[in-house]
Ligand binder design. Structure first.
Ligand code: FNR
Length: 360
């Protein structure tokens, strides 16, 4: 399929499935347990219906939004995902270029196969955020924070919903290239990624079970705003805000961690109420169309993030594919805004959305 013939995110999913090697496709698309949460993320969006307002001037639409003080042209950014090298030789460099071309943000994963410095240099005008792992040694954490600040990253994302590292064998084992994580190891371990020995090296360095004390320490030791990713509980959201966290990122890891947790869009209104305007709230999980974006914004998200769809774009055509995935969502959002009576993001209000259960 040529890039011009792909007109929806579903097309990109199909193309990636055709294009990627089996082990990569199954790694990218894997879900926890029976896949209940993964499916629910997708289906839950359809349970919300839109009540448009008409006869407003929507001839010019503005999809821009401010996130952590930075203006983005679109309220859709790139979620942190691991090992972009599996999808394309230019790996995270290409993803960052695709995001920068749309003037939106990208959260670089600690599990990136290119260094955070290389990624920032590849997309100089981009909005770069860094998802940092918790490390056992606070001196190491401090060095990582300083590295990210020096390289121009403007926020630190801490993922709180992945207390257990994947077991050996959970990710693919043999590839035609060496998998390296230059944002985790200052010196590469002697064993291959995916082996029990490699996992042991990781556990010596990385803190598998972080606590609130680790979050407090990070907040106190960086000038950058801190975002907590993986929040599903209003109580946790409040605790985060009390500790100086600036962004609450509603996520269930795309249904890859604890199966049986709710769809993110269903939890979002509770988190927004709990946060009560004291921090920004974001969402990811199952965002596949412009109306999904519209619904999430109406229910209180400042912006949404996409995980797998960005990987599908990357697999299809590198930076251009990532850009096209974002373009499709932007165009769909802009058209949905016009039909819903919204000329700008602040016109997208909770009254735009009704849950289907309200119709009995
Ligand atoms: C992820 N996700 C993830 N999250 C995170 O905080 N750090 C990470 O390194 C990764 N790695 C990762 C790899 C792959 C292959 C996937 C698919 C996902 C989760 C990711 O940030 C995001 O929460 C979900 O992907 C969002 O759901 P959708 O958009 O994929 O439905």
């Amino acid at each position: 399929m040529s890039v011009a013939t792909l007109t929806s995110i579903a097309d990109f999913e199909k193309s990636a499935q055709e294009k990627l090697l089996d082990y990569v496709w199954s790694y990218y698309s894997k879900t926890a347990g029976t896949g209940q949460t993964y499916q629910d993320n997708l289906e839950a969006f359809r349970r919300y219906r839109l009540i448009p307002r008409n006869l407003r001037d929507v001839s010019i639409r503005d999809t821009s939004v401010t996130v952590l003080g930075t203006k983005l042209d679109i309220p859709v950014a790139i979620a942190p995902t691991a090992i972009h090298r599996f999808a394309h030789p230019d790996a995270e460099l290409a993803t960052a270029k695709g995001a920068a071309a749309m003037n939106t943000g990208m959260v670089l994963s600690s599990w990136s196969t290119r260094s955070l410095e290389e990624v920032a240099e590849a997309a100089p005008g981009g909005v770069h955020w860094f998802y940092m792992l918790f490390f056992n040694d606070r001196g190491y954490v401090k060095r990582q924070l300083e590295r990210a600040e020096r390289a121009g990253y403007s926020a630190i994302f801490l993922t709180i919903d992945q207390p257990l590292f994947p077991k050996p064998g959970a990710s693919p084992r043999s590839y035609p290239f060496t998998v390296r994580f230059p944002n985790i190891f200052e010196t590469d371990p002697p064993h291959a990624f995916g082996t029990a020995e490699y996992r042991q090296s990781l556990l010596e360095l990385v803190k598998e079970y972080a606590t609130w004390e680790d979050v407090e320490w990070v907040v106190a030791n960086t000038r950058l705003p801190v975002v907590l990713k993986g929040v599903l509980s209003g109580e946790d959201a409040k605790m985060a805000v009390d500790r100086g966290v600036k962004g609450i990122y509603v996520s269930n890891h795309g249904g890859r961690e604890l199966d049986g947790v709710p769809a993110t869009i269903d939890v979002l209104p509770h988190i927004v109420r709990a946060v009560d305007g004291k921090a920004e709230v974001y969402l990811d999980g199952g965002v596949r169309t412009g109306t999904d974006v519209l619904k999430a914004l109406a229910l209180g998200a400042r912006c949404v993030f996409i995980g797998r769809p960005a990987l599908w774009g990357l697999a299809h055509n590198g930076a251009e594919g990532v850009q096209q995935v974002l373009q499709i969502l932007t165009e769909e959002l802009s058209q949905a805004m016009a039909r819903a009576g919204c000329a700008k993001i602040s016109d997208i209000q909770p009254s735009l959305v009704v849950h289907q259960s309200c119709y009995g």
